[in-house]
Design a protein around this ligand. Structure first.
Ligand SMILES: [Cu+2]
Length: 138
């Protein structure tokens, strides 16, 4: 009988411990995911054979990276990569260069941007202005 009580108490303690661990893990998994880096520096080796710097932006539920630093005074290609993109970020608008296009659901779209002066912030967004990105020319 005494052994049974010990067993019951042990089971209860283990149960509480398991519950506590579960809650603890729950708290961890409920934490907001680590946000992706919002700024990417375009390295000088990202220049293609035509002497253009190439910036790649993934388009799906927004633009990634959202903020990019690029070199001023160099013609630039912004390469938009869609991959089963069914949200409105595929309807791209870059007002400063008069660019507006519905990107393919999946594919790669190169947008030529002429050399920009240092300090220029080129902004683009979905047609509704819900998602946006900025290229800082330095
Ligand atoms: Cu939108």
């Amino acid at each position: 009988m005494k052994k049974n009580i010990t067993t019951v108490i042990t089971v209860i303690i283990l149960g509480i411990a398991a519950l506590g661990a579960g809650m603890y893990l729950g708290v961890i998994t409920n934490k907001a995911p680590v946000s992706p880096p919002t700024k990417a520096v375009v390295k000088s080796d990202a220049v293609n054979t035509d002497g253009k710097q190439v910036i790649e932006i993934a388009v799906k539920g927004g633009y990634t990276p959202k903020a990019i630093t690029a070199k001023a005074g160099v013609p630039t290609v912004i390469r938009f990569v869609t991959d089963n993109t069914f949200d409105c970020s595929s309807s791209l608008s870059i007002p400063a260069i008069n660019y507006r296009k519905n990107l393919p659901r999946t594919g790669t779209t190169d947008v030529d941007v002429p050399a920009q002066t240092a300090g220029t912030k080129l902004q683009g967004s979905c047609s509704m202005g819900m998602y946006s990105f900025t290229v800082d020319f330095e």
